[in-house]
Design a protein. Structure first.
Length: 150
């Protein structure tokens, strides 16, 4: 499985830590930026490329980080095929994957500790979708129909 990473200045430090974890867990990843810390960069510049990659490549995942996680989540959900979720703990990470087949996790760097973020990312990347429940599949299929009509 391939993972695409993106973060603005507010999530830059967290993104750099996540790269270490992904290496430790043997996940293939690509850092879509920011490549260096710049205090005046803009989250859409990093969220959009990640969302386009993930949305166009089934089976891939994205990890985005900014201060609140909100801005990048808004941007990511505009890309066809992207299903981004703002996640703040392991329970919401599990629900995002299991219930909604989210393929991008948006992390609020100002509101999660490194240990919490590590647990969130691991839970998100290792939780399968739907565990066979028809109601979750039905709902995600309705979301996919919205993509078709864009």
């Amino acid at each position: 499985m391939k993972v695409y990473l993106g973060a603005d200045h507010g999530g830059f430090k967290l993104k750099e830590e996540i790269k270490n974890w992904l290496n430790d867990w043997n996940f293939e990843f690509e850092d879509m930026g920011a490549k260096e810390f710049k205090s005046d960069d803009d989250y859409p510049d990093f969220a959009w490329p990640v969302a386009v990659k993930v949305g166009s490549q089934p089976g891939t995942f994205g990890i985005l980080a900014c201060r609140s996680g909100q801005g990048e989540c808004i941007v990511a959900n505009k890309a066809k095929g992207a299903r981004a979720a703002l996640v703040w703990n392991e329970h919401s990470a599990h629900a995002a994957r299991n219930d909604d087949d989210a393929n991008i996790v948006c992390l609020p760097a100002d509101y999660v500790t490194l240990d919490n973020a590590k647990a969130i990312v691991h839970k998100f990347l290792t939780t399968p979708f739907a565990s066979g429940e028809e109601r979750f599949v039905r709902r995600v299929n309705k979301v996919k129909k919205i993509d078709i009509n864009l």
